[in-house]
Design a binder for this molecule. Structure first.
Ligand code: DQA
Length: 141
């Protein structure tokens, strides 16, 4: 099974960025651990700070992958384009947030993309990505 993790803006700063909220581990380190643990999966990773690149990546992921784990980061709360990109593809997209968006500022309480996703994990730290992989491994996809 081929799975891609797509991370949005500022998530390239994980490990350095607001560690009290997002932790001390870089995503590259975490991703290396995930690849080790899930050798039965073909795992890929893409990160961009640019909304249109995330849209393009979602489109091309539809051809290449069986499932998509998406942390659209700040675009979660603003992007009709990412909502529409998810709606335009047929592969399942699982939304992940490292922090609990409902425990934070009110502007983070609304996700424009959840309605297009198979589900949403929020507040479990980086473990949310691993749980997303478990979902795909255990689901009919
Ligand atoms: C985030 C939550 C968003 O509100 C924020 O803009 C992010 C990261 C998370 O993973 O907790 O950049 O998606």
């Amino acid at each position: 099974m081929r799975i891609i993790i797509i991370n949005g803006p500022n998530l390239n700063r994980l490990g350095k960025r607001e560690p009290s909220i997002y932790g001390h581990q870089s995503f590259d380190d975490y991703f290396a651990d995930l690849k080790d643990k899930y050798q039965q999966l073909e795992l890929h990773y893409f990160q961009s700070n640019i909304e249109g690149e995330l849209v393009d990546q979602l489109h091309s992921a539809d051809e290449k992958f069986d499932g998509i784990i998406l942390n659209a980061a700040a675009y979660t709360h603003t992007s009709v384009a990412i909502h529409d990109a998810i709606a335009s593809i047929s592969k399942p997209v699982l939304e992940v947030h490292i922090s609990n968006i409902y425990k934070r500022e009110e502007f983070r309480h609304k996700s424009l993309i959840t309605s297009q996703c198979v589900g949403m994990i929020s507040g479990l730290g980086l473990t949310g990505y691993q749980l997303g992989l478990e979902y795909f491994l255990n689901s009919k996809y």
